[in-house]
Design a protein around this ligand. Structure first.
Ligand code: NOJ
Length: 535
């Protein structure tokens, strides 16, 4: 329309609520113990009922599964473990029929070492695919070319005995990093994106969006903290200033290029911008110009302790830096689940729900991780049950991601309705009360509260109303308004008082003990509320 300026990152995703499906552990339709595409199709009705608008499915491409699918050996295929193209098309069709959008996981930072590009690339220094990856000579004393480390432990370089050169991998040796300075790699991914758009996907979650381009001079990264052998891979990785391997300016050029591909299809680019220090200024660059990513995950809320000052720092700084275009998650398949992080037990669960009251009403895109809606804590597995390479390949086990990846308990039949076979990873000590079936018929259950919360969001959130903080940094109640709605979370002790702005406010939703008086609200500990201005 003439005279109307379309905001750069606006789209159908404004106002949407996302849901992450970790496919292996969601629903298994054929009894092989691994979740699959038809399994997801069978649960779309549930997701619609819950109030989800957008589903993100983790990788289902052909893969040796060294990193459970994040090691892709064919970007335009489907691993038979998860189903067929027919299953995929049916899933998309069904989802669209029910008004759900589907985004898929694009893994451009690295391929699998079993990808034909890499097999060719390693076959000879003169191979035409050699330049698809980063190959470098050893130092004069035979060491790796620089001090870069892998997220998953050890050097980021592996020596290929045959050619005498090292190749780069920021994750497992089975996940060689692609060379995004090579125009042929850029063109390959153009075709991959077009391929999936032609199959009607609604967008992409971009894995390791912060990592694609590298400084090609490959200098050593500066060291921030002294490293010792008792540190976990994550701690070692965080001990470096990733000045030359992550967050390089060239990443934005790639996303700008992809915007031209996805915009005509009205498809979403949602980036995993995982920067260890979670500096919001750096994350915001991926979205702020309005022509690169539409949304970027902001990870600080998944690590923040239950402490008012840390929460204020996390939320105020992020919203100052990127007021509209961040994506918020409570948990993911890479981190401990929120109830566990917040102390475990009933208190941890209550805190996770109270925290959702804050998180889900912020400007931007909230994404629920499967099982968050059931209040599930992480599962503690026995050493021999662990599957994640981060745990199984390292002597210091503190970072395994398996505890968040166990299957969803749908009902209390054997296999908890997840599978009629043997699950690929133990389901763990879930009880009947954890199941969807039980919670769906129990008033006041976590699931029913989530469903209500999402309905209130849908009915009352004025998307165009900017966020205004109702409390200040010295308050233990973190509260903001958007139009005629107030969200408030008490991170302090009992008895906190929130003074309300003028008007007649009604309590629409609360977690824990919350008392609404004439012009104020009193909060017990671990409580939260949504208030709505009566019209
Ligand atoms: C982020 C994904 O979420 C994680 O599961 C994976 O291991 C790494 N990227 C590497 O692809």
């Amino acid at each position: 329309m003439e005279g109307v300026i379309k905001k750069g990152n606006a789209g159908w995703w404004d106002g949407s609520v996302g849901y992450e499906i970790y496919i292996r552990s969601f629903a298994d339709s054929d009894g092989d113990g691994v979740g699959d595409l038809p399994g997801i199709t069978g649960k779309l009705e549930y997701l619609s009922w819950l109030g989800i608008d957008l589903v993100w499915i983790t990788p289902f491409y052909p893969s040796p599964m060294a990193d459970f699918g994040y090691d892709v050996s064919d970007y335009c295929g489907i691993d038979s473990l998860f189903g067929s193209f027919e299953d995929f098309d049916q899933l998309i069709q069904e989802a669209h029929k029910q008004g759900l959008r589907v985004i898929i996981d694009l893994v451009p930072n690295h391929s699998s070492s079993a990808h034909p590009w890499f097999e060719s690339s390693r076959s000879s220094v003169d191979d035409e695919y050699r330049g698809y990856y980063h190959w470098r000579d050893p130092t004069t004393d035979g060491k790796p070319p620089n001090n870069w480390v892998s997220h998953f432990g050890g050097s980021a370089w592996t020596l290929d005995e045959e050619s005498g050169q090292y190749y780069l991998h920021l994750f497992l040796p089975e996940q060689p990093d692609l060379n995004w300075n090579n125009p042929r790699v850029i063109q390959e991914f153009d075709e991959i994106i077009k391929f999936w758009l032609s199959r009607d996907v609604d967008g992409f979650r971009i894995d390791v969006a912060q990592g694609l381009t590298k400084n090609m001079l490959m200098p050593d990264n500066p060291i921030r903290f002294q490293i010792n052998k008792n540190m976990s891979p994550r701690q070692v990785f965080a001990s470096f200033d990733h000045r030359y391997d992550l967050d390089q300016a060239g990443n934005l050029e790639i996303f700008r290029r992809w915007r031209n591909l996805v915009d005509p299809h009205d498809a979403l680019l949602l980036g995993e911008v995982y920067l260890r220090d979670n500096d919001p200024n750096r994350v915001s660059r991926y979205v702020s110009s309005g022509d690169a990513l539409h949304r970027a995950f902001y990870f600080a809320p998944m690590h923040v302790p239950w402490d008012p000052q840390s929460m204020w720092d996390t939320f105020r700084d992020a919203l100052d830096a990127a007021p509209e275009d961040l994506s918020w998650a409570l948990s993911s398949h890479d981190d401990p689940r929120a109830p566990t992080r917040f102390g475990g037990g009933e208190e941890g669960k209550q805190r996770a729900l109270a925290y959702s009251v804050l998180l889900f009403f912020l400007p931007g895109l909230p994404v629920i991780f499967q099982g968050d809606e059931l209040g599930l804590p992480s599962i503690e597995l026995e050493l021999e049950e662990l599957a994640d390479p981060v745990a199984t390949r390292n002597a210091v086990e503190t970072d395994g991601r398996d505890g968040a990846r166990t299957p969803i308990p749908w009902d209390s039949s054997s296999g908890f309705g997840f599978t009629h076979g043997t699950p690929w990873i133990p389901i763990g000590n879930r009880s009947e009360k954890d199941t969807v079936e039980y919670q769906q018929k129990t008033q006041g259950s976590w699931l029913m509260q989530y469903q209500t919360l999402l309905q209130i969001r849908k009915d009352n959130l004025e998307l165009d109303s900017p966020l205004r903080w109702v409390t200040a940094r010295d308050s233990d109640v973190i509260s903001f308004s958007r139009g005629g709605l107030i969200s408030a979370l008490n991170v302090g002790v009992s008895g906190q008082i929130l003074s309300l702005p003028n008007g007649q406010w009604e309590l629409a939703f609360h977690v824990g003990e919350v008392v609404l008086n004439d012009r104020s609200v009193v909060f017990a500990e671990n409580s939260a509320a949504i208030l709505i201005l009566a019209s």
